[in-house]
Each structure stands twice: as C-alpha cells, then as structure tokens.
Ligand binder design. Structure first.
Ligand SMILES: C[S@@+](CC[C@H](N)C(=O)[O-])C[C@H]1O[C@@H](n2cnc3c(N)ncnc32)[C@H](O)[C@@H]1O
Length: 213
C-alpha cells in the first residue's frame, strides 16, 4: 500500500470532489482540544490539518506518522511555505501497523480519513495500540466517511463508498475493501463520544472522543 502515487494529485482531487467539506470535518472540534500538549497524528497526508493544528496549538509537541514519504514531504513543505515553525513537529515515515509508539504519552490522537484504510482485523489491534499510547484522559479527533442511516442518503453513501474503495484499492493498493466502523473498538478502550457532527447527507462524520478515567 502506498499513497505516493496519489500524493501530488490529492489536493486538487479533494477540491474538485469535496470542496471544503473534508477540511471542515478535520477542524470541526479542534477548538475543544486546545489544551493538548502532546499530539499524535496518524496518516496526516499533505498537511492541511497539521497547519491548523500548529496554529491552534502553538506550543504542543506534534508527532506525524505517515507511510507515504511524498505525503510527509508535502506536509512539511506546506508548513515551510506558510512560514509555520516546524521545530516541535516530528515527521515519522512509517507504517502505523508496525510502528511502536511510546506508552501512555499522547493527550491527543488524530485520525482523519485514515482508519478507513484498514480491514477489521487490522483496525482492532491498531486502535488498541494507539489507545495504549494515549494518556488516561486523552482526546481523539476523528473525521471519516460513514454509511448514512437511511433512505436515499444511505443508497447514495453506499454507492460513493463502493466507488471510492474500488478506486483506492487500484491506485494505492489499499488493504480495506469496505468501511469498518471504529466506534466499538474505541469504546472497548474507554473512549466515549463527546460530540459529533454528520454532514453531506450523512456521508461524512466528524467526532470528538475522550477517554474517561
Ligand atoms: C486517505 S489519506 C488521508 C489523508 C489526510 N489525513 C486527510 O485528512 O485527507 C490516508 C493517509 O494515511 C496514510 N496511510 C495509509 N495507510 C497507512 C499506514 N498503514 N501507516 C501510516 N500511514 C498510512 C496515507 O499515506 C495517507 O497519507
């Protein structure tokens, strides 16, 4: 699996296909986690969330893990281009499935349009590992696609997801072929949904989860 081929096209494709919707989902609850000091961002892609995160949390130490060297490079260049200080940002080129984070360290985990890349048998241990790396009262921001609840919206979302998975499997060799909800796995590790927003006729979700003591 690699997003390297897609990386140079990711921004214009997002603009054409989704306008500002994905960025809205990425940043919807950023204001709720303004106290975070140690942030772990998985599968950040080309840095659109990272730039806003850095602005909102100027003193936080941010670790960005992505399996695509080209995505990481785009994210880094985006910040440099905007004269954003990268000193307290660590870019790690690694497969999140095998990368070992330090235990109990991060007070904010971010997975935007990332967990949908994995099969259920990968998602469960991945979320367990990230939950282990999260501080006892950590926050978790998550934006992603979802299947809308009912009616025409449900048909629409299923059709779009079907097409998307076919496309990503061919272009990036994505392991997943269908969307698996991460909610049950997050709950298993003590996270509770604090706030959420569904939009674009139920196709998109933006969530703020928090672990209770
Ligand atoms: C669909 S893109 C989402 C990018 C961005 N977060 C966004 O909001 O648009 C998925 C990102 O996750 C990365 N990724 C996919 N599988 C990964 C893995 N196993 N380990 C680390 N990064 C991965 C890809 O390289 C890509 O940057």
């Amino acid at each position: 699996m690699s997003f390297d081929v897609l990386a140079p096209h990711y921004r214009w494709m997002e603009f054409v296909l989704a306008g500002k919707k994905l960025q809205h989902g990425r940043t919807a609850f950023l204001g709720r986690v303004a106290e975070a000091k140690k942030v772990l961002i998985l599968g950040e892609g080309n840095g659109r969330f990272l730039q806003e995160c850095r602005r909102k949390l100027p003193d936080a130490k941010i670790t960005v893990v992505d399996a695509s060297a080209r995505m990481l490079s785009l994210a880094h260049r985006r910040l440099i281009g905007q004269r954003i200080n990268c000193e307290r940002i660590e870019f790690i080129h690694a497969d999140a499935l095998t990368w070992m984070p330090p235990e109990g360290d991060y007070d904010l985990i971010v997975t935007h349009f990332f967990l949908d890349c994995f099969r259920g048998d990968q998602l469960e241990p991945l979320i367990a590992k990230l939950a282990h790396a999260a501080a006892p009262r950590a926050d978790w921001l998550l934006a992603d696609f979802q299947t809308a609840e009912s009616g025409l919206c449900r048909h629409r979302s299923r059709l779009i997801l079907w097409g998307m998975y076919r496309f990503f499997r061919v272009v990036t060799r994505l392991p997943a072929s269908e969307l698996i909800s991460p909610d049950g796995f997050l709950q298993q590790h003590g996270f509770r949904l604090r706030e959420c927003e569904a939009y674009d006729w139920g196709l998109l979700r933006s969530d703020w989860w928090q672990r209770e003591n």
